[in-house]
Design a protein around this ligand. Sequence first.
Ligand code: NAD
Length: 481
Amino acid sequence: MIEIMNYINGELTPAICGKKMDNINPATGEVFSTVPESKKDDVDKAVEAASNAFPFWSKLTNAERSEWLIKMADGIKARFDEFALAETRDNGKPLFLSRSVDIPRSISNLKYFAKELENFNEIVLDDRGAGINKILHQPIGVVGTISPWNLPLYLFTWKIAPALAAGCTVVAKPSEVTPLTAFLLSQVCVEIGLPAGVLNIVHGLGPDVGDAMTSHSKIKAISFTGSTATGKIIAKKCAEDLKKVSLEMGGKNPTIVFADCDFENALSTAIRASFANQGQICLCGSRIYVERPIYEKFKEAMVEKIKGMKQGNPEAEDSRQGAVVSKQHFEKILYHLELAQREGGTFLTGGKAAVMEAPNQNGYFVEPTLIEGLSENCRTNQEEIFGPVATIMPFDTEEEVIGYANCTQYGLAGSIWSTDLEKAERVARKVDSGILWINTWLLRDLRTPFGGMKESGRGREGGTYALEFFSEKKNICIATE
Ligand code: NAD
């Protein structure tokens, strides 16, 4: 049994109240570790440590802070297999995914922001009769990061890396559902001797730890990724003392397939976009719109491929579909499957819990499900399910499909498939989402702005956008005459 600890002021410690929660492996339904059930007093201690570390950390040069980020990245790399297995046990995702996406991307988040700092310097504007202007980016202070369970270390590092790089000290809250890799990272921080208080990791429930962070007057900014419902609670809290806030929230993303697409590429990517990580990626394409001339052919080919997908023990090398993250989430997905049926949908594949063999007979597995016959306005096509569930429907015109794409409260991402790049870009420009891919999905350049419109987000992460979020701009104007 692994005993996960908080990481506060450079030390691994239990919650002050001594309480622990069970942490369950969703692929077996068994408890395999415990997590501190921290409260406000743990957050207070972490904020005090971060405040004490701020003067030292913020005065380091960019190059010195970069070196620490690279040491953290190297520390993860040195224990790569351990991190990958931990992510799989905690989350239920196939090991191949932890190895090929989650852990490599966590390392590159830290390395990327270490490098990006080279371009994040003071700017001096020429004297054009208005004196010399210097533009400074000064770290905002102690900041809080709150992250979800779907890409646990990937999204945790996506926030702490730019915050630390910008010179802020951090109180970070991983999801209580998947706390293990953040704990391993805190062990790495101890191993490399990261100065005490620079990064503090407090485990616990959202309404306890998260709420104490959003209410704390010494935390100057909150960077949040999670559901839209939680994002709204956090936005209200942060408004009370005008805390800066960045919100990355839910999605219900369209995949638009035109008849003139590269069929095989569109097909295999539409499947990956629907079911990668059991459909638990905010960028997943859960509404598939196919132009009528190829609708039947595309649908049948999708069904055949989905049926051939290997679902099984996430720790097995060949497993491509694992378990969903928790019992609670499993039940939510099953509820939505029932709802889809009530709304008149037909299951072309799946539609129920998957029956697994030992040791996974009590795990939380859902069959990859493709649904046909639903209207664009029904709840199944409007609400984020965040599981291995996608709908498919035909369309006839560009205007019609743009209307479908834009008809939800969300606006995070989407992908468009056509060999007519002019048409694809014309459509992309009319879809109200923060990220549109043409003939690809999840192709990421970390310099680009990442985030959503409408109820999917406020603000952008990535590149200098993230460094700017964690900074205050200051203009010093010097008279030259
Ligand atoms: P969630 O909103 O339940 O929890 C996210 C985090 O917020 C957790 O750490 C949780 O403990 C914390 N939290 C919960 N209540 C809180 C409160 N009152 N105050 C402060 N913190 C609180 O989300 P989840 O179920 O962990 O993650 C799934 C959601 O995340 C999906 O909606 C998904 O679309 C979204 N997501 C968005 C992005 C993006 O970049 N837009 C990326 C990944 C996931």
